[in-house]
Design a protein. Structure first.
Length: 259
């Protein structure tokens, strides 16, 4: 079972690129972030034509997440628990029915800039809710993948120029510590299993030829529960997607499970 995550930075703006990548890479499950579309405005047909079931948790013009699956889905749930007043569309989860059932959660974690400030406080509060949800899900002892745009640079090696991000919400100590707390629950960073060295990035700014200079950061992650890590086969980053016509500033990352 190949599970991919991709912040597409607007599904309609990327309607040429996303179906083409899906047709070539053929992930069983694609978790999309920042679709920037309400549920009733999501362009389902190009994906359904490729054999994908589409489940969205959308928001007009902002945020929004989606699960595309060539396998059956059960128990779809929308919205990160813990704050009934939070109306930002940043979380959707479901169980993928393969040879083994795998629970997947697609998340678009808040950016948090400018920091300090209310947006950074919201980011840290959202991460605390994410940790609480992960704690609630782990006792089921089922394969679980928490994947998406985390907007966190975990280590200096996850940035080409870490010093340039020193004051950014993506790299501030509190956000990195919150990410580590997830790992300490028993989750494994799938991409780092396959690619432990430097120079592995999932985001390049549109400005100043960042992609051409490989001046990137790694902020899109697939975290595996112990039961999912037991099924791990491979993982990677499809950096070539950044070189296409009118690309997203993110590229897909993926994990292959024996499921």
């Amino acid at each position: 079972m190949r599970i991919a995550t991709w912040n597409v930075n607007g599904i309609r703006a990327r309607l040429h690129a996303v179906p083409a990548w899906l047709a070539a890479a053929r992930p069983d499950v694609a978790l999309l972030q920042e679709i920037k579309s309400a549920d009733d405005g999501f362009p389902r047909a190009p994906f359904e034509d490729l054999g994908y079931r589409v489940e969205t948790h959308g928001q007009k013009g902002f945020n929004g997440v989606a699960i595309l699956s060539r396998l059956p889905l059960e128990d779809v749930a929308r919205g990160l628990p813990g704050d009934p007043a939070d109306d930002q569309a940043r979380w959707i989860e479901a169980t993928v029915i393969g040879a083994r059932a795998v629970r997947v959660a697609c998340l678009y974690l808040p950016n948090g800039n400018p920091a300090p400030g209310p947006k950074y406080d919201y980011k840290l509060g959202w991460m605390a809710r994410l940790e609480a949800r992960a704690r609630d899900m782990l006792p089921a002892e089922e394969p679980l993948v928490l994947a998406g745009d985390y907007n966190v640079i975990p280590q200096p090696s996850d940035a080409a120029r870490p010093e340039a991000w020193a004051g950014d919400a993506l790299f501030l100590p509190e956000a990195r510590a919150a990410f580590r707390r997830l790992l300490h629950l028993g989750f494994t960073d799938a991409v780092r299993l396959a690619l432990p060295g430097p120079g592995v990035y999932t985001f390049w700014d549109y400005q100043a030829g960042a992609f051409e200079r490989n001046d990137g950061i790694r902020i899109d992650h697939l975290l595996l529960s112990p039961q999912a890590a037991d099924l791990y086969l491979d993982a990677g980053v499809d950096a070539g997607a950044r070189a296409g016509d009118k690309p997203s500033d993110h590229v897909p990352a993926w994990v292959e499970l024996d499921a």
